[in-house]
Design a protein around this ligand. Structure first.
Ligand SMILES: *Cc1c(COP(=O)(O)O)cnc(C)c1O
Length: 363
């Protein structure tokens, strides 16, 4: 089976972990600090705060921005549930705008349709590694005086006109094993704002700057030095990982572009797509239905993923709270998408097998 995702862990990562284990400092220590420094440098921001997951990064970013009860945050329903749940954790209300079908990212025109006097922030997602339309989003934010928090959990190394995802507003990243780089579990908040940095650090550690002095309600969302040591090695390899993903994507698109009923991923002008996922759309004129194609690919040893089969506003948790939006492109995408293996361990032979099989099944 060609898996849909596989973390790459080599001797260097294993040695880094072993060194930490032998050092005796295994929770938050100097490795976390070094990883934060290296990550902020990579993204091109002044501050980075390491945490225990991407979900925690989102939750903290919203809390540090002062978002709470009575506030609305406009975001995408075509994402992992953590995007919208981070808004609920803070007592605020997620409001869903539709996406564009070419990039699967939030549509700035539809953001405008969803802004009310209660709107406090925009939370775009850089889905699959393609940047959201940041120029239009930052213009709306400036015009309406809104905070911007970026869900860059799939976008390590993504850039919009040369500027890194996670450097426009407050950035949030995940280092879960399927992401473009990993720390096991882990996350990061990126910002140029020293107050957001200071507040995020407090929230991460029970609202304290000084141990056992608690100024606000916080959590234990700290990263360990074990994770940070893995992250430091992985960050050094990220550009190479991303280059391989982009090469694999180009190869797949060259082989799949001409198939009837398949839309290969688009890359908008000025955008760097790091292909966290390589996601095609199976349209109505395809010979097979999406779910049938997924099953037949599985039979041929090709792992696939559907991200995401149920949009957030259609999840029981949200329907229960009265979400009845109709988001046309979001719902279409959830019925049409298939992600194919694109990660750095996918070989040219694997890619040829995917292309040949797709041709046999629907060519
Ligand atoms: C992975 C992911 C998250 C959450 O990250 P965790 O580290 O799993 O908590 C949030 N948003 C998106 C878009 C993701 O892909």
């Amino acid at each position: 089976m060609i898996p849909i995702a596989r973390p790459i862990i080599d001797e260097e990562e294993i040695d880094a972990v072993t060194d930490v284990m032998r050092s005796g400092v295994i929770a938050e220590g100097t490795k976390v600090f070094d990883f934060e420094k290296a990550f902020s440098g990579y993204i091109g921001v002044n501050h980075a705060v390491a945490v225990n997951s991407g979900t925690s990064a989102l939750q903290i970013a919203l809390q540090a921005a002062g978002i709470g009860k009575g506030d609305e945050v406009v975001t995408s329903s075509f994402s992992f549930i953590a995007t919208a749940n981070s808004i609920l954790y803070n007592g605020a209300k997620p409001v869903f705008a539709d996406i564009s079908l070419d990039t699967f990212n939030i549509d700035p025109d539809d953001i405008l349709n969803h802004i009310t006097p209660l709107t406090k922030a925009l939370l775009p997602v850089h889905l699959y590694g393609h940047p959201a339309e940041m120029k239009a989003i930052m213009d709306i934010a400036q015009d309406k005086d809104l905070i911007v928090i970026e869900d860059a959990c799939q976008a390590h190394g993504t850039a919009y006109h040369g500027k890194s995802a996670g450097s426009f507003g407050t950035g949030t990243f995940s280092f879960y094993p399927t992401k473009n780089m990993t720390t096991g579990e882990g996350g990061m908040i990126t910002t140029d704002d020293k107050d957001i940095d200071a507040t995020a650090r407090m929230i991460r550690s029970h609202g304290s700057k000084q141990r056992y002095h608690h100024e606000m309600l916080g959590y234990n969302f700290r990263m360990t030095d074990i994770s940070a040591a893995i992250g430091l090695v992985q960050l050094g390899r990220l550009d190479e990982f991303n280059r391989k993903r982009m090469e694999n994507a180009r190869y797949l698109s060259a082989g799949l572009r001409s198939l009837e009923g398949i839309e290969v991923p688009q890359i908008r002008n000025g955008c760097t797509h790091v292909f966290h996922q390589y996601t095609i759309r199976v349209t109505n004129n395809c010979r097979l239905e999406r779910d049938h194609l997924v099953e037949l690919l599985g039979n041929k040893g090709i792992g696939t993923g559907i991200y995401y089969p149920v949009p957030i506003h259609k999840q029981p948790l949200y329907k229960k709270s009265g979400y009845i939006d109709s988001l046309k492109n979001t719902e279409t995408a959830s019925m049409q998408v298939i992600s194919l293996p694109v990660h750095p361990s996918v070989s040219t032979e694997d890619l040829d097998h995917i292309i040949t099989t797709m041709g046999e099944l629907i060519g």
